[in-house]
Ligand binder design. Structure first.
Ligand SMILES: *[C@@H]1O[C@H](CO)[C@@H](O)[C@H](O)[C@H]1NC(C)=O
Ligand SMILES: *[C@@H]1O[C@H](CO)[C@@H](O)[C@H](O)[C@H]1NC(C)=O
Length: 192
């Protein structure tokens, strides 16, 4: 009896070990798996693309592309508190009549009490060629009266999965009377 007991207990310990290995393997599998990026997602070499287009922010007239949804706080000289939703055309050239390559959809909000500084949150929804249906997401700070404003590309979809990069915005035309603006965007994006 004294000799049988150690044999049984060591078998039991081995059984327990197998049981826990099986259970933990199953748990790992159902929650997270490591994948080969080339084999599973067809991701090959990361490349750098430069896109250049013009962003049209039309606030006046009967067909605005930017609509104020929250007014600024009273007394603010920097429009602090203002929020506008945008669905702004992106065109190849600076004229509205040039070819449209996509739309910038999202909002901007006046987030500075010291100067006109916008928080921009927008998706570039492309419509041109193979990029049709793919998006690039921008989230950044836009001090609209600066010559060049840089904002991060924080991600993307479709051909822009795993995207990272930045944009540089330069005002091409601004009508102080109406508030309409045309802004040149240069977008540098790393993607697969
Ligand atoms: C705006 O200015 C007026 C007069 O100076 C002041 O009474 C009021 O509290 C200010 N409002 C805000 C929101 O700061
Ligand atoms: C982009 O894709 C949409 C939906 O698939 C399609 O209706 C549209 O015609 C396409 N546009 C261009 C310019 O290819």
């Amino acid at each position: 009896m004294a000799r049988l007991f150690p044999t049984l207990s060591s078998q039991f310990i081995i059984f327990l070990c197998f049981f826990f290995i099986l259970v933990s393997a199953e748990n790992d599998e159902s929650f997270v798996k490591s994948l080969d990026k080339k084999k599973h997602l067809g991701l090959k070499k990361e490349k750098l693309s430069h896109f250049k287009f013009y962003w049209h922010d039309i606030v006046a007239g009967s067909k605005p592309t930017a609509v104020r949804v929250v007014p600024p706080t009273s007394n603010s000289t920097t429009a602090f508190g203002l929020i506008s939703m945008i669905d702004d055309p992106l065109t190849m050239g600076p004229e509205m009549s040039s070819k449209m390559v996509g739309r910038a959809q999202g909002f901007y909000a006046a987030a500075s009490q010291q100067e006109v500084g916008l928080l921009m949150a927008m998706n570039f929804a492309f419509m041109e060629g193979k990029y049709n249906g793919s998006t690039i997401t921008i989230l950044g700070r836009n001090t609209v009266f600066s010559t060049v404003r840089e904002m991060p590309v924080i991600g993307g979809s479709g051909l822009f999965r795993f995207a990272r990069g930045y944009v540089q915005a330069r005002t091409h035309r601004f009508d102080p009377g109406s508030g309409d603006a045309v802004v040149e965007y240069n977008c540098y994006v790393l993607h697969y």
